[in-house]
Design a protein. Structure first.
Lengths: 741, 314
């Protein structure tokens, strides 16, 4: 690794700040702290105080600052004081849940609190469930499971009636679409508890956010106290930003991980995708003894994942290549080094991933390897921007009609829905939706409120949460290798595709759509495959137009259909051949913003399609920065002639059915996004376009056609339009025309 | 085990129905007012020949069940019987004497519910022997129960079929929802019947009808029901006739055991579809086959129970 290509920044060690809680805590807790010789940090003491005062709190101190103890102490205090009280702890991943259970169990034993902490999720055995419901006072679960548990309200009556605390760990994860879904789910939980006259307090822990308070309020519908006075100590950490030249980021990551492992540093490497994790691991394995390195990601069988986690913690595994599945607070011990291969989509994730190293006050090295995509390269060129990025804001709303109607159906199946009583949870927008659900014979109006009367389980039909049902399994001979959701299956497991699993390659042989089984065989070929997906879009309705001076951005409903028409076969990063496939297209309705481009914008006709396509890629690359989403939450389409607008058009749409406000926000911030996109393109030294500016790693057309010069010109032109005063020559905007003679 | 021909005793089975004007096209229906609203009811009466077993006889048969004693399996019981240990009370001088006498005491003196619990502890809670109590206890305490639903566990019950004895007639009362808003009223009426008749007779009611009813009651914030004795005929039917039939659906049982094959009957799985169709179109004719199907289900429950008791007790 060439030192000259690296930017290095050190973060000095920091001393702890201790504080005693003002509120009186029980003897048990006092003795525990004394016995274990624990001094509370300032933010922990504050959390205890606020919770004991009955407030809802959100803790936003950094990773490894002792947030778990901060919320666990007041919860145990409450459960010790009231022997009937119960608490529900919600974690984003099963792996984290298992990790936290161990901590809570030991705390319970030390405090002799008799809370019997237990996990209740999809993996909990049927015969244990009823016992956990009736005897455990601390139940750990996840949002998916909670969604399904609520349907069995009657069985959980005693637990809900005594529910005093709801802990939501890693709350910043509930952002975007998933966040809106969660916000509605938590409102359903509150509604059920209130029915039993219980009014639980909410304790949220989250990464540092720009808008933690409002975020917590939107997520739960309650008011919050924000705790951010971090009193924890910190080890010295060295950050490096590395932009590899003449090689892919995967090769660079593999080389760095290998070198660090050989130097005796336990290293955790984060990649952006499942496939990247597998390929990086394969490259590392070439030079490492077996059993020293593993890949880790969602979709693996739980036992397999547990094995890797514990090997990492024990130190017998010296390198793990993971997707963001290991990003959340699983205690994998104090790692020496973290490699972040590619910008993970948000600065929150960067900090979380970096926080995996340097626990236990051990000095740590964190390396960010810039990938071949516009954002990564932007940070590589402007490293200061990487460290001074503004605190991110999390967006979510509860007014998405698709989500709202699904959750209203679930709510009505849990308890009759009373408009006056339940307005406080779901807002005024619910009323219209209830009427339309009634007209669709999914709800019926009774003297006790709206009652669910559809023919299937409403919990299964909720987007995101109902997904279990549509899980596909990948099988090799008689063993299940992994599971994937329908979308992943469409894009990754088409006929002929090569799937990676723990360093082995498998080729898809048959797909059984009825049983949702993908059969694969092991292959020793060294090629990989990439799907060719053609995306088409049509406008259903234009809902509003947003003017940025002379630039008009439209916003409305569109129908997107993606069609898998074939795949490319790739060997050594080169496309060798392409195969055709005939798969049924997948369609969905969503919200989009789009701009049309005047053909007289000054770009040569032959360069025009490439410029348009390049501009779309640059805009899509810039958008996550302004609307805070993952690049995979949004999609883009550009075309030199669109049937609905009758002009050259660029669309940016929400990747989820019904939309979640991403395109809407992009329409409002379009001028800023344009400027950012233009800087990405003009700031790139390449001549014909490269992975750093207008090439998209996700492009369905293999990045063809693209024209760098034209893209820069087009973006400059659009940027100019967005800053130019309103022109009277634009017929779309103008109503002065009528008054002209 | 009884053979089919021996088990079948042609009962006198007459439906005594007085056709009345009713809701739309459904003859014999009328509205009932409750504190929870109004729902539609239909009453029919059925007559079939009586059958009684004395409670002593049931207890006597239970007393012969040596396998109720922990440690005695079918083979050992067979050997003990061969040596002349017929009753539990005969085991006094064996090593099982103590537990056998405890069990014998329960069988002799305690309530039928306690005896059922004894069988449950021996993992024989659904033993056909226990059906004897249904015809030994006052028959006014029995409630024959069968529901029709919209298919999913969380959706409403659309028809509650209840049967009980009034003198020597079996009265089948059905509470039907004209609209989902009638469900609280129908639940109220059904709940009343469960309070009045303490033992319930069902076909797969332990797994389906009763938990479903309780789920709906708690959905509306009402108290749930707990029958004193629950005679679920599915398990005894499996034990007695399972080998002679392709499956144990109630329809199959009616054909093979009761020898009353149904003609023009609506298959159970179409009920949700028919009712949804009615909700959309308000075409009352869609309800008629549902009501008739359920009525026959309830009436046949009583016949099946009697047939099985006769098969066990002769």
């Amino acid at each position: 690794m060439d030192e000259e290509q690296m930017y290095i920044k050190c973060e000095e060690a920091k001393d702890p700040e201790y504080q005693l809680p003002h509120s009186p805590v029980s003897e048990k807790i006092k003795n525990y702290l004394a016995e274990k010789n624990i001094q509370l940090y300032s933010h922990q003491a504050d959390t205890v105080d606020h919770v004991l005062e009955g407030k809802n709190v959100i803790i936003t101190t950094p990773t490894a600052s002792g947030k778990t103890l901060a919320y666990a102490l007041p919860v145990f205090e409450g459960l010790i004081k009231n022997p009937d009280a119960t608490a529900l702890l919600i974690y984003p991943t099963k792996a984290l849940t298992r990790d936290q259970l161990l901590f809570l169990k030991s705390l319970d034993a030390d405090l002799r609190a008799r809370t019997k902490p237990a996990i209740y999720d999809g993996d909990t055995r049927q015969e244990l469930r009823s016992k956990i419901r009736s005897t455990s006072r601390i139940i750990l679960t996840n949002m998916y499971e909670l969604h399904h548990i609520l349907a069995w309200r009657a069985k959980w009556g005693d637990f809900w009636a005594n529910l005093s605390y709801v802990v939501v760990d890693e709350a910043h994860r509930y952002r975007g679409i998933f966040g809106s879904n969660t916000a509605l789910l938590l409102r359903r939980l509150r509604r059920v508890c209130n029915y039993y006259d219980a009014d639980p307090q909410f304790l949220l822990s989250s990464a540092t956010l720009g808008n933690a308070g409002t975020f917590a309020e939107t997520l739960t519908g309650l008011s919050f106290v924000e705790i951010d006075n971090d009193g924890s100590p910190r080890a010295k950490r060295t950050f490096r930003i590395y932009s590899p030249q003449n090689k892919s980021s995967i090769s660079a990551a593999a080389e760095l991980v290998t070198a660090q492992m050989q130097a005796g540093m336990q290293t955790l490497c984060f990649t952006r995708s499942r496939k990247a994790a597998e390929i990086t691991a394969i490259r590392c394995r070439e030079e490492q003894p077996a059993g020293k390195i593993a890949s880790y990601r969602g979709g693996y069988r739980p036992a397999e994942r547990r094995e890797i986690e514990s090997a990492l913690k024990m130190g017998s595994m010296s390198g793990v290549i993971s997707t963001n599945a290991l990003e959340v607070g699983i205690d994998v011990g104090g790692l020496d080094s973290v490699v972040i291969s590619g910008f993970p989509g948000s600065m929150i994730s960067v900090l979380q991933q970096a926080g995996r190293a340097g626990r236990n006050r051990k000095d740590a090295v964190i390396t960010f390897i810039a990938g071949q995509n516009p954002i990564d390269q932007y940070y590589a060129r402007n490293p200061e921007a990487f460290f001074n990025a503004p605190q991110e804001e999390v967006i979510l709303g509860i007014h998405n009609p698709y989500l709202l109607s699904s959750h209203l159906l679930c709510a009505a199946a849990e308890l009759p829905y009373r408009v006056e009583r339940d307005r406080q949870y779901f807002g005024e927008a619910a009323a219209d939706i209830l009427e339309s659900l009634k007209d669709a014979h999914l709800l019926a109006s009774t003297s006790k409120g709206y009652v669910y009367c559809g023919g299937d389980n409403p919990a299964q039909n909720t987007p995101f949460f109902g997904m279990d049902a549509a899980s596909w399994s990948v099988r090799c001979e008689n063993t299940t290798l992994e599971t994937m959701d329908e979308n992943q299956a469409y894009r990754e497991a088409y006929f002929g595709a090569v799937i990676f699993h723990q360093g082995e390659r498998y080729r898809v042989e048959t797909i059984d759509a009825d049983l949702r089984i993908i059969r694969v065989v092991k292959t020793s070929d060294i090629y990989s495959t990439r799907p060719i997906i053609r995306t088409e879009i049509s406008i259903t309705s234009r809902e509003k137009t947003r003017r940025h001076h002379n630039l008009i951005v439209n916003y409305g409903e569109v129908q997107v259909s993606s069609h898998l028409c074939g795949y490319s076969v790739i060997e050594y990063d080169q496309i060798v051949t392409s195969c055709e496939l005939d798969a049924a297209p997948r369609q969905f309705t969503t919200k989009a913003c789009w701009i049309t481009i005047d053909e007289e914008c000054g770009i040569a006709a032959d360069a025009f399609p490439g410029s348009l396509h390049g501009a779309e890629h640059a805009l899509i690359a810039a958008m996550p920065h302004y609307v805070l989403c993952d690049r995979s939450d949004i999609g883009g389409v550009s075309t030199p002639f669109h049937n609905d607008t009758l002009a050259p058009t660029i669309f940016m749409y929400d990747g989820v059915k019904g939309g979640i406000g991403l395109a809407e926000k992009a329409a409002d911030l379009f001028a800023d996004i344009l400027t950012f996109a233009r800087e990405l393109v003009t700031g790139c030294p390449c001549t014909d376009g490269c992975p750093s500016c207008i090439h998209s790693p996700k492009c369905g057309n293999n990045n063809q056609p693209l024209d760098k010069t034209g893209t820069a010109e087009l973006l400059k032109y659009l940027e100019g339009e967005s800053k130019k005063p309103l022109s009277i020559n634009n017929p779309d905007v103008n109503s002065y025309y009528r008054f002209q003679p | 085990m009884q053979t089919l021909s021996k088990a079948f005793i042609p009962g006198v089975f007459l439906k005594t129905e007085i056709p009345k004007a009713g809701y739309g096209e459904i003859p014999g229906t009328y509205e009932i007012d409750t504190p929870e609203g109004v729902c539609l009811a239909k009453k029919t009466t059925w007559v079939h020949s009586g059958y009684r077993i004395s409670e002593e006889r049931v207890r006597d048969r239970c007393m012969r069940e040596l396998t109720l004693v922990p440690g005695i399996g079918p083979r050992r019981a067979f050997e003990l019987r061969r040596k002349g240990h017929i009753y539990l009370t005969d085991l006094g001088d064996t090593c099982w004497g103590d537990s056998a006498s405890e069990i014998a005491d329960v069988i002799e003196n305690d309530t039928p519910k306690d005896i059922c619990r004894l069988f449950q502890d021996a993992r024989r809670g659904n033993d056909p022997l226990l059906l004897g109590f249904s015809h030994a206890l006052p028959k006014e305490d029995l409630l024959y129960f069968d529901i029709e639903t919209l298919g999913m566990f969380q959706s409403p019950i659309i028809l509650f079929g209840c049967g009980f004895w009034k003198e020597n007639e079996l009265t089948v009362v059905q509470y039907l929802l004209r609209d989902i808003k009638d469900e609280p009223a129908a639940l109220y009426l059904t709940n009343q019947l469960f309070r009045k008749h303490t033992h319930v007779v069902t076909y797969n009611g332990k797994g389906f009808d009763v938990p479903y009813l309780n789920n709906r009651l708690s959905y509306y914030g009402e108290r749930t029901v707990t029958p004193n004795l629950h005679f679920d005929l599915l398990y005894p039917t499996r034990r007695l006739y399972g080998r002679d039939m392709p499956d144990c659906c109630l329809g199959t049982v009616e054909k093979y055991i009761l020898q009353r094959p149904r003609t023009d009957d609506l298959p159970g799985y179409l009920v949700p579809e028919y009712y949804q169709n009615y909700l959309r179109t308000r075409d009352v004719s869609k309800l008629v086959p549902i009501v008739e199907h359920n009525e026959l289900d309830v009436a046949n429950l009583s016949l099946l129970l009697k047939t099985e008791c006769e098969a066990v007790y002769g």
